[in-house]
Ligand binder design. Structure first.
Ligand code: PHE
Length: 336
């Protein structure tokens, strides 16, 4: 077969290429070491006449060039055809796919909101370990050894020295050991108590601790800070009230209530007709806590408070079962 006939044949074959397999077969027939074009070059070696050889060589090179062009053209054609077919199958009138978007867990959202309120008041954030020393969780906080005050918290003990912290108050001690006053700290974290799970108890929950130490910090400073916090968090129109209470690490101690978010203080089932909801514990830092961190209690005073995040989230959003936070039911989580 002469070169021109071959060219003609290539052209015909190329014209019949309809898919990728045809294209591959076409390419394999001419290209590569076993392809027809290689064979032509091999035959070329046998030609002895120089001029004839030169002429033939030029023709084969042209044929090769022609083949490459055909191949490239067909390749492009197939790609375009595929694309067109794809587009034919797209129905632009169909509704779009719903983009599944993740959300921040409500407990995290509430923690962030609490933090941001205190950050705006000039507080800084500190953290401490979940696995805590008995010393920081109890002893340094003025819980005497074998004192019934320790029973206030049903503790997961690890050994004689370590336990899972039952509150975020040990962070007070850790911060004060390392830093000198003035201090204005907020300390969020997970806490653990040996409680059976029910609508208002969980063995793991979250607290945000806060404390301030300086010269001349008074109970009225505590009231001012917490009143501002509750107004920001629950609503401007709601009042706070302080009731006397007891914690080993504060004296005097108080429990703080906010007017019921639901009935605005009128009395309803959410506040058991009292008009008030208890939201946190607080007080003036006990001199013994200052002594434990080698602060002079004659020189420094301070207040501290601690709140349960799940609890105040429930009060704010009117959630009546704590377990909803941990079940990860999307119908619940989607609402936040
Ligand atoms: N740590 C206390 C608790 O877990 C709350 C608290 C913190 C009370 C700081 C007073 C001062 O219940």
């Amino acid at each position: 077969m002469n070169i021109n006939e071959l060219k003609e044949q290539m052209k015909n074959e190329a014209g019949q290429i309809k898919n990728e397999i045809d294209l591959k077969n076409f390419s394999a027939k001419y290209k590569g070491n076993n392809g027809l074009i290689s064979k032509l070059f091999q035959e070329l070696k046998k030609i002895e006449n120089k001029d004839e050889k030169k002429q033939k060589g030029k023709e084969i090179n042209e044929l090769k060039q022609y083949f490459e062009e055909l191949l490239a053209e067909k390749e492009k054609f197939l790609i375009e055809k595929l694309r067109e077919e794809e587009l034919k199958n797209i129905d632009v009138s169909l509704p779009g796919y719903d983009i599944k978007k993740g959300k921040i867990h409500p407990i995290t959202q509430v923690m962030e909101e609490i933090k941001s309120i205190f950050l705006r008041m000039g507080f800084s954030i500190a953290e401490g370990p979940d696995i805590e020393k008995d010393y920081y969780n109890f002893t340094a906080l003025n819980f005497p050894h074998d004192h019934p005050a320790r029973d206030m918290h049903d503790t997961f003990k690890i050994n004689d020295e370590y336990l899972l912290r039952t509150h975020t108050s040990p962070i007070q001690v850790r911060v004060m050991e390392k830093q000198k006053p003035p201090l204005k700290i907020i300390a969020p974290g997970r806490v653990f108590r040996r409680d059976a799970i029910d609508a208002s108890h969980s063995p793991v929950f979250h607290q945000v601790e806060g404390f301030m130490v300086d010269k001349n910090i008074r109970f009225s400073d505590l009231k001012g800070v917490l009143d501002l916090f509750t107004k920001e968090f629950f609503g401007r129109e709601l009042k706070t009230r302080f009731r006397p209470s007891f914690f080993p690490f504060t004296e005097p101690s108080a429990e703080v209530d906010v007017q019921c978010v639901n009935c605005k203080g009128q009395g309803c089932s959410a506040c058991k007709q009292t008009g008030w909801l208890e939201i946190l514990g607080a007080g003036m830092i006990h001199p013994n806590v200052f002594r434990a961190v080698k602060y002079d209690p004659e020189k420094w005073t301070g207040f501290a408070f601690g709140m349960g995040v799940e609890r105040i989230a429930m009060l704010k959003y009117g959630i009546n079962d704590l377990r909803l936070f941990y079940e990860n039911d999307l119908r619940f989580l989607k609402q936040f």
